[in-house]
Design a protein around this ligand. Sequence first.
Ligand code: AMP
Length: 376
Amino acid sequence: MSPSGFPLPPGAVIGIIGGGQLGRMAAMAAARLGYKCHIFSPEPDGPASQVSYLSTIADYTDHVALHRFAEAVDVITFEFENVPADGLELLTSMKPVRPGPEVLRLSQDRLLEKRFLNDAGIATAPWAEVRDASGLEAALLEFGYPAVLKTTRLGYDGKGQAILRAADDCFTAFARLQPKPIVLEAFVDFSCEISVIVARGADGAISPFDPVENRHKHHILDITLAPAPLPLELRAQATRIACQIAEKLQLIGLLAVEMFVDRDGGLLVNEIAPRPHNSGHWTLDACFASQFELHIRAVAGLPLPPAMRHSDAVMKNLVGPEDMATLPAILAKPGLIPHLYGKAEARPGRKMGHFTKLFPKGSLPGELGILDALSL
Ligand code: AMP
């Protein structure tokens, strides 16, 4: 072990902020590498705590609990990036936090994120910061309808956003969305949505997974196709963009970059998340090392293997009671690989698990084949 404590030796304790399914699958990957995980989460008996060595159940604003947690771990990472800034400062003053606090702060705020991306020469949908009704009017005049209003903080799975289709909608939506300022984006008439997940190690080594296509239902990820059925050149370009962002951030850890492919084949970055991502769950079954393993390896200072796919894959999320009702059929169908998150109650819109179907590399089927693979 180097004087800095990295790479972490087997038996070291990785602290994970957040106790959901991303933490659960990260903790399972960490256990395979001989590490113990200590979860910090407000939720008792959550998905990550169920499979981890220790848990601290406390609010993210509880500084006494954060202090004790930091004392008890060797490195800190997260599966939930919205830790309040002062808590983050406390953690950073005590133990290495990977990815670092600058990356977190950026991903917590859409405005900072968009400025960072555009300053780095990376294209996004046209956007404007909106502080009041006259600002909204001016921005709508520029972008036209439809347009998308988004909160700058705490938005995920379509929460904290509104599509504006006509003048009637806009001021009610603007009044509802909090906190201000918010962002107005031009609506992108995309041909598909893709994402690229990339790991970057402390030594600067970089391992991007293949770009995948993501299809949403009610703003929640429904299906991921790996690899994205797009021309190789476009996939290479998407990969270059994700690697460029990881480099620019000097990331240590994992980064998911969501992009729109517009009708002309152009790529616009929608959002970045510096953690494992729902659109990377297929890597658990279709890659030699999953997104969770690469995340843990980067955080622990271990060498990063190439993010190599051995199979093509379709991943289907299991959301809410409707999808959970299909579980017996999923379990009975040969070739479907189920992953359940240990959540007690299948509330509407809640991600309960997913399943993956593998195909030999290079033979991801077309639309009919995908429907057939997912039929139960
Ligand atoms: P977000 O919360 O930014 O990840 O957005 C959630 C989903 O809303 C995206 O995956 C898109 O399907 C849709 N969306 C977000 N922004 C736009 C936009 N500017 N134009 C069209 N669709 C959008």
